[in-house]
Design a protein around this ligand. Structure first.
Ligand code: ADP
Length: 878
């Protein structure tokens, strides 16, 4: 027989239904409790005890709980673990519940405190300082499909930045890869990928709604002033806003006016490229070992987040890149000013995020204090900068955003104490002198406290009990305490003391005058708190009224921090300012790999700098040489230098001229790749196919040992045809590392392809890798020498040598596996010839006749044409 459902269980189940697939944090006193499957999931992720409480349907109910005061750290771990959480709070006190029960006629012993879901905590909608990583953006992205166009609305609610963009379905992967969302929201029937997303009702994603909501939100009649927005963008915006409203239970966080980003503005990189270049995360998923870790010298969290965005979405607009570079150069040339600037920035609070919390209704007095301090420091910074001359264009644009908040800063400075607390329930954050009424209340309680202190001395005198004390606790309030042995004296009827509590070893009393003073303190304290609350609301409104300008200040400070940090890094590593060109040139002298170089420096090893010079007539470098010789490093360093330059930073080289790259592709042969699920070779081919369909003449492609995930013959054949296609069909800049010597023959047929190798020497039987890239084909593979270097036992290496000799002899006789490849027609012609062969002779004649303009032919030409047709017929006959 199933057990009876208790009122509490009923309430829980109703809330759980509302919470949907979110874990439900059910507030009970000082704990958030989780029940049923939620409890199992949470206890596993948090590694906390799973217990049971009561029963439901005849089964014990699994339960676990976390203390409210430390809930944030548990929430952070659940969110990291991929969960979303609904927070159900008690929305009335037990006393209120009893009064309500009485009115409703329920016995007060059965009165259940009302609870409501007050908000949802999800990966993309965090604002809490404790849950956010200071150096990483926290992005929520909503997707919508309007007649085949994909709209993307992305928003960092911790700073309020909203960006709308649109792409074709096949580009969605690359766009999402650039954004790196913490949470993706899409209509319930979404089929364009990715597999994991938060699903919302389809009706939430309507473009009309999106437009109306945005207009209402920003109080404008038309969105034209913000930019051009397509239907797909607006539909995504609608989905974004209704999701935010849902998780905030009707409260919207700060949202700045939307910015429209057109796909053509930036350099395109897909997921595979980002992963293989380890831009923001290294292969193991952590920041260390990534490009950003090697570059980042920002002194503020906001700067680091801006740098991550810059590196994740390099520009394609030459003047915008040059503006950023000029700003880096400005500080690069002034080491002393740079040091002062960075010192000043270091002390800055994260005003963008503090503002986000204030606007979301979760701000604390400390957040207001941070806004005050940040804006004040920005003004000081402006004064310092104004004393310098020759400001670059970008700085001229940023400087006005550093000032203009005087009234607000003055207000906050007068109103708040120097270091306001994070909790506002205790009061004490409004400064003395700001509100006369509040000062008086404080004086009343201050006087009463003094009176109580005086009272203690007086009572000691009067009773002769030297150990008498006046104390305070949360339950009794103020009371008089004496050791037990003196208790009897005060118990006497006419003593003027009333007994309150007998403890082990002590007795506690009250007195009329103590009660009076205590009441005075409590009343004044209560009124003071109310007054402070009211001021808090005023100050919050004042900050919200300037939110756009404050957000601009935060953005300007972040941009300045990025530029100064880039200058610092460049000075540290002797980096250079790249030249940006509109051509398809790529000329780097003495280039270095920032991450590998940093790793080598730690072990006191020297990085060997290498040149790379690609241009239209010499655009594809085939790079051979032994394993571990430095091929991958060379490929990546050139891709990274392009990326860093187009992100607007200095680059690790002596000089660099970068012809703008519209799309960057980086591919690594399958065996280096830790692909999950799909066969590694399949992954390699899918990724390679993407290059062949998407790269343009202005792209830059690096291919590292592509084709090695399969048998030698297949691999060589694929590598061969990929190189040909990149060279002849796409005609873009490309570095191709390979250990197939046979590919060298391509130099005969591909005119813009040249051969290079990483140098190695055998010295006294040992292999020395020089890591130097030189012209010409690799002479041999040194595979056995590498094996020896790697510690393969000598007898095994010796035996391998014998086998190799046999194989090489056989190769000399037959011409090797690539024998005859030299005679293959070139890729483009070959493909055309193949297509031709599949046509019937009749089809070709028909095609020729149809396309001929007979009226335009002279009699002589007509005769030639006839001969031509006849020749076609005989040549295509089997
Ligand atoms: P390959 O792709 O040819 O197998 P890698 O590029 O992976 O070789 O390089 C192997 C190792 O050699 C790197 O981990 C690094 O320690 C070292 N190395 C590579 N390039 C250089 C260089 N230019 N200068 C110094 N050491 C290098």
């Amino acid at each position: 027989m199933a057990g009876k459902t208790t009122p509490m269980m009923e309430q829980f189940l109703a809330l759980k239904q509302e919470a949907g697939d979110c874990l439900l944090f059910y507030r009970m006193g000082d704990f958030f409790e989780l029940f049923f499957d939620d409890a199992k999931t949470a206890s596993a992720i948090l590694d906390i005890a799973l217990t049971t409480r009561g029963e439901h349907g005849g089964e014990p109910v699994p339960m676990c709980g976390v203390p409210v005061h430390s809930a944030d750290s548990y929430l952070a771990r659940l969110i990291k673990g991929g969960c979303r959480v609904a927070i159900a709070e008690q929305v009335e006190t037990p006393e209120e519940a009893k009064i309500r029960a009485k009115k409703e006629g329920t016995p007060s012993s059965k009165a259940l405190v009302k609870r409501d879901i007050v908000r949802f905590v999800t990966a993309g909608t965090l604002t809490e300082e404790a849950l956010l990583e200071p150096r990483n953006a926290n992005l929520l992205v909503a997707l919508a499909d309007v007649r085949g166009a994909i709209g993307l609305a992305s928003c960092d609610i911790s700073t309020g930045i909203v960006v709308l963009e649109e792409c074709k379905p096949e580009m969605l992967g690359a766009y999402l890869a650039r954004l790196g969302a913490n949470e993706i929201v899409a209509p319930e029937d979404w089929a364009h990928g990715p597999d994991e997303f938060t699903s919302r009702p389809k009706g939430d994603f309507s473009s009309d709604d999106g437009s109306e909501r945005l207009r209402k939100l920003h109080g404008v009649a038309t969105l034209d002033g913000f930019g051009d927005f397509s239907r797909a963008m607006l539909a995504a915006a609608a989905g974004l806003i209704s999701y935010l409203e849902h998780v905030g239970r009707g409260n919207l966080p700060m949202l700045l006016p939307p910015v429209s980003r057109c796909g053509a503005e930036g350099m395109v990189m897909d997921e595979a490229t980002r992963a293989s270049l380890e831009i923001l995360r290294s292969q193991d998923g952590s920041r260390s070992g990534s490009l950003i870790a090697a570059i980042d010298r920002c002194v503020t969290g906001a700067g680091a987040r801006q740098l991550a965005e810059d590196l994740g979405s390099p520009l394609l607009d030459q003047s915008a890149i040059e503006e950023r570079l000029a700003l880096v150069q400005f500080w690069h040339g002034q080491p002393i000013d740079r040091a002062d600037l960075r010192e000043a920035l270091r002390a800055l609070p994260d005003i963008g995020r503090a503002l986000g919390r204030v606007v979301a209704g979760r701000g604390s007095p400390r957040d207001l204090g941070q806004v005050r301090d940040g804006l004040r420091d920005a003004r000081l910074l402006h004064e310092t900068l104004a004393r310098q001359s020759d400001h670059p264009v970008l700085l001229k644009q940023l400087m006005p955003h550093l000032t203009g908040h005087s009234a607000l800063v003055d207000l906050l400075t007068n109103a708040l104490v120097a270091a306001p607390p994070t909790e506002r329930s205790g009061g004490g954050y409004i400064a003395d002198g700001y509100d006369v009424g509040l000062d008086e209340l404080r004086q009343v309680s201050g006087n009463a406290r003094k009176a109580i202190a005086a009272m203690e001395a007086r009572y000691r005198d009067e009773t002769g009990i030297a150990s008498l004390k006046i104390k305070h606790n949360g339950v009794l309030g103020y009371f008089i305490e004496v050791p037990s042995r003196h208790g009897d004296v005060l118990m006497e009827q006419d003593s003027g003391f009333t007994h309150r509590q007998t403890m082990k070893g002590a007795v506690r009393f009250n007195s009329v005058s103590l009660h009076e003073e205590a009441t005075r303190i409590a009343e004044a304290g209560g009124r003071a708190l109310t007054a402070e609350e009211a001021h808090f609301e005023e100050l919050t409104s004042a900050v919200i009224a300037s939110q756009k300008a404050i957000a601009q200040t935060a953005a300007a400070l972040a941009r300045i921090d990025v530029a100064a940090g880039q200058a610092e890094r460049a000075a540290e590593g002797d980096w250079c300012k790249p030249e940006i060109a509109g051509t398809t040139e790529l000329a780097i002298t003495a280039g270095r790999h920032p991450v590998v170089e940093a790793a080598l420096t730690k072990t006191n090893d020297r990085f060997v700098a290498n040149d790379c010079s690609l241009a239209h007539q010499d655009r594809l470098w085939l790079i051979g040489g032994p394993n571990m010789g430095g091929k991958s490093t060379f490929l990546r360093q050139n891709a990274l230098i392009v990326l860093m330059a187009q992100a607007g930073g200095y680059v690790p080289a002596q000089s660099a001229t970068i012809g703008l790259v519209d799309r960057l592709f980086s591919r690594v042969g399958a065996s280096d790749n830790l692909a999950r699920g799909r066969s590694t070779f399949m992954v390699e081919m899918v990724e390679t196919a993407a290059i062949l369909s998407q790269a343009t003449e202005r792209s830059f492609v690096i291919l590292d040992e592509v084709g090695r995930g399969t048998s030698t013959y297949d691999g060589l054949a694929l590598a061969w045809s990929v190189v040909e296609a990149v060279h002849s069909k796409i005609a873009c800049r490309c570095l191709f590392a390979t250990h197939y010597h046979e590919l060298a023959r391509l130099a005969d047929s591909c005119k813009a392809l040249s051969l290079h190798h990483v140098k190695a020497r055998e010295w006294k039987g040992d292999l020395v890798l020089l890591h130097e890239v030189s012209e010409g084909p690799a002479d041999r593979s040194y595979g056995l020498a590498v094996a020896k270097l790697a510690g393969v036992p000598a007898p095994v290496v010796k035996r391998a040598k014998q086998v190799l000799q046999k194989l090489e002899a056989a190769r000399a006789e037959t011409g090797g596996i690539a024998a005859g490849l030299g005679e293959l027609p070139l890729f483009a012609n070959a493909a055309l010839a193949d297509e031709r062969k599949e046509l019937e002779p009749g089809d070709i004649l028909k095609e020729k006749l149809e396309s001929a303009d007979l009226d335009a032919l002279s009699p002589r030409e007509a005769l030639d044409f006839l001969y031509d047709l006849k020749r076609e017929l005989t040549s295509t006959k089997p």
